[in-house]
Ligand binder design. Structure first.
Ligand code: ADP
Ligand code: 5GP
Length: 214
């Protein structure tokens, strides 16, 4: 019998524009069972963003109430707004053996890694091939005005400076190669002993069978 699997909390962090959302989408195409943690934020929706799908858009009072009620697994202040990962959907997914993917900053990654769920966390940091390329990607994305891009670039070094706290670090140069590397890391981490709660029982059965046969 295949031992049952426990869900992983997969954290993707990087400076803005390095490729998190692009790669998160590719990972979900690879394995539709991976759930995306829809964050709550107090920032205004961008054109095309859907409430409940891209983010849960809350006002500051609503956000603070959720934090006070311990409804957030982690939360942080990023680019002048509050962001947080709702706790309940994560708990139910990982208990059901499904992985949850987080696109969050280093502060959120640190809080989850240091929480009781730390043993079931896989953290990955994406570095850009160069700062010039990072700026180019932000411009190419066409989502932000010049001032916002400048603000994101200013913050990028702060985010990059936390690369050393992550389990894995990938330089996202070639997109296909990064995608393949992410899949390798996730597939291997799913086999961590701590992710296979049924192993003890399985080994017990092997032992009984061994004893019966000898
Ligand atoms: P993030 O979610 O980290 O802010 P995005 O996924 O939105 O970044 O990527 C920013 C832009 O860079 C997008 O236009 C995306 O298509 C592009 N991009 C991402 N990864 C690569 C890559 N390896 N090579 C070239 N362009 C990339
Ligand atoms: P954006 O406003 O561009 O969607 O996101 C800005 C930054 O906030 C990104 O670096 C993103 O990773 C981070 N972020 C998004 N959701 C969360 C969250 O729930 N928690 C934390 N800590 N950071 C988040």
């Amino acid at each position: 019998m295949t031992p049952q699997r426990r869900g992983l909390l997969i954290i993707l962090s990087s400076p803005s524009g390095a490729g998190k959302s692009t790669l998160a989408k590719r990972l979900r195409t690879w394995d539709a069972e991976i759930e995306f943690s829809v964050s709550a934020t107090t920032r205004a929706p961008r054109p095309g963003e859907v409430d409940g799908k891209d983010y849960h858009f809350l006002n500051e009072a609503e956000f603070k109430t959720q934090v006070a009620d311990e409804g957030m697994l982690e939360h942080a202040h990023v680019f002048g707004n509050f962001y947080g990962s709702p706790r309940a959907p994560v708990q139910s997914a990982i208990q059901a053996g499904r992985d949850v993917l987080f696109d969050i900053d280093w502060q959120g990654a640190q809080q989850i890694t240091n929480s009781a769920l730390g043993a079931h966390t896989l953290s990955i940091f994406l570095l850009p091939p160069s700062i010039t390329e990072l700026r180019h990607r932000l411009e190419k994305r066409g989502q932000d005005d010049k001032a916002t891009i400048a603000r994101r670039m200013e913050k990028s070094w702060d985010e990059i400076s936390h690369w050393g706290a992550y389990d894995f670090v990938i330089v996202n140069d070639d997109l296909d190669q990064t995608e393949a590397q992410l899949k390798t890391i996730i597939s291997a981490t799913r086999l961590r002993r701590s992710q296979q709660p049924g192993l003890t029982e399985h080994v017990r059965r092997l032992q009984s069978e061994f004893e019966e046969l000898s």
